[in-house]
Write a protein that binds this ligand. Sequence first.
Ligand code: NAP
Length: 298
Amino acid sequence: MSKILVTGGTGLVGQQLISLLHKQKHEVAILTRNPKKTNEYLWDLHKNLVDDKAFENIDYIIHLAGAGVADKRWTKKRKEEILNSRVSSTQLLYQKITSLKIPLKGFICASATGYYGASTSETIFSETDKPAHDFLGSVCDAWEQTALSFQQIDIPVTILRTGIVLTEKGGALQKIKTPVISPLGSGKQYLPWIHIDDLINLYHKAITDHDFTGIYNAVAPEHQTNYSFSKQVALTFKKPFLGIGVPSFLLKLILGEMSQILLEGSRISSKKLKTKNYTFTYPNLNKALESFVKTTQA
Ligand SMILES: NC(=O)c1ccc[n+]([C@@H]2O[C@H](COP(=O)([O-])OP(=O)(O)OC[C@H]3O[C@@H](n4cnc5c(N)ncnc54)[C@H](OP(=O)(O)O)[C@@H]3O)[C@@H](O)[C@H]2O)c1
């Protein structure tokens, strides 16, 4: 049994991860901007402030916190929030771990497939590829570089470059499940995805398998375009599918620069996970979506 400090533990991934950690008898503390429960501790990134009590006897940190990338239009201020909530938070955790001299067994950090950039091509990106120079590519790169600084103090680092997380509890899938389902833009852009159960299994692996360090693409092995993905969602949830894509110009008009995360996307390889003996519970989309139909009906 380990004690794990989870940042962003109140979020979509965090809540389901914490429920797995509790089932596995681990102890969990949470860093949040609004502590409510006894195991939740305050941090305020704007004031560079964090409650030292959160760090008592911890073995691992899982760092998930960050302002939602798709929640609001990307104004200059919002972009700063998206970047700072990830990079300054990682720096603050690093300062605390060094000043409190905590012998952490591992620092595990979220990142995103946005690292490879908002571009559509047949390229299959793997972990050794360079970051893109666009906004999300730069955010992910800065976030990862800050996380990797823990290695300098001999703390192992695991980074999960995550695709769109599929869960019935919110996130992208609920936004796609409109009464009539249509692809977006050309529909040719790839949409790297992962089932929530696989993602939380990977976070769990990072605290139980000491060989599971380094950077990994947390995406399912099956590649889907936005068109094939939307069609499969319509089929599984028995909703009408309108094959004509929502026009790109409309999405650009409504969402501004943020529309690129919907309109562009390349293929991402998950082969490195295989080398660490990870077997996906949901390697294909059909099976992944079916699991939510069963959950809804149960
Ligand atoms: N969900 C996906 O499809 C997906 C895909 C790729 C990567 N990721 C990454 O994985 C991580 C977890 O994803 P998620 O879907 O669980 O995210 P989420 O539901 O948006 O939760 C993130 C948590 O971060 C904290 N947070 C939000 N804004 C913040 C700010 N301005 N400053 C400090 N903390 C802030 C919040 O916790 P408090 O309110 O308690 O402080 C929130 O619960 C995120 O970093 C995300 O970028 C997610």
